[in-house]
Design a protein around this ligand. Structure first.
Ligand SMILES: [Zn+2]
Length: 232
């Protein structure tokens, strides 16, 4: 027992690093029920009996990825929701305008893509208020899905009046260790009526996105699904 204790002491930092690193690289493709129940004050999917999938795109607007997405959506008369970063809207305002003129929804994704768990509450909330100046929407998605209960309550209050939208299917397009085909499969195998699917119109995700998005649009269209924007 004593020996085990000594070994644990010797290796605890190593264990911690390994654990921390595994957690960082780990993400869930399909949001589990228990997580939805803990954060039951967020929208995780849309309750519908119709064949509708809700595609969403985070982190744009981006000069290459966003026009690509808009063009693919147009081919299928698909509508989607873009959770934009305020500073990217400022830098790519024409692309932001085209998202709206093409009939899609936009949402607030903070001004500087802050992690709610690691950021002081005031700094976090001020950053969202700053993004509100550029993004006219009542929808909000926390970067990395990380937000505290306190921050959530503030955002839902009258001052911010934002509705937190999470997701039920994560494409994993941001993961450079998966193939574009795996990324497409993540969405094809896990989505159903009412699913909210996350992609990213960003530099990092583009290699997976440009393969997976056309596959997803084609497959679900053939199956008789429509793609709609989130309206709450
Ligand atoms: Zn993000």
């Amino acid at each position: 027992m004593f020996l085990l204790f000594i070994i644990l002491l010797m290796y605890d930092q190593w264990l911690y690093k390994w654990f921390n690193c595994s957690i960082k690289n780990m993400y869930l493709i399909k949001t589990p029920g228990w997580l939805k129940r803990i954060y039951n004050n967020c929208i995780w999917e849309i309750n519908t009996k119709e064949k509708i999938v809700y595609l969403s795109f985070d982190d744009g607007p981006h000069p290459i990825a966003t026009p690509f997405v808009l063009n693919e959506l147009r081919k299928y008369n698909a509508k989607a929701t873009f959770f934009c970063i305020g500073k990217n809207v400022k830098a790519n305002s024409e692309i932001y305008k085209s998202i709206i003129t093409e009939g899609h929804a936009v949402g607030n994704h903070t001004q500087n893509h802050l992690n709610g768990w690691k950021t002081n509450d005031k700094v976090y909330l001020d950053d969202i208020a700053e993004a509100k100046k550029y993004i006219d929407s009542n929808l909000f998605r926390p970067p990395y899905g990380r937000i505290s209960m306190f921050q959530l309550r503030q955002l839902k209050g009258a001052k911010y009046n934002l509705k937190p939208v999470m997701w039920s299917v994560l494409s994993g397009d941001f993961d450079i260790d998966i193939t574009p085909a795996q990324c497409a499969e993540n969405v094809l195998l896990n989505s159903k009526s009412g699913s909210i699917v996350v992609f990213h119109d960003s530099e990092k995700a583009f290699n997976n996105l440009r393969y997976a998005l056309p596959k997803v649009l084609e497959y679900f269209s053939k199956e008789g699904y429509k793609f709609e924007k989130i309206m709450l």
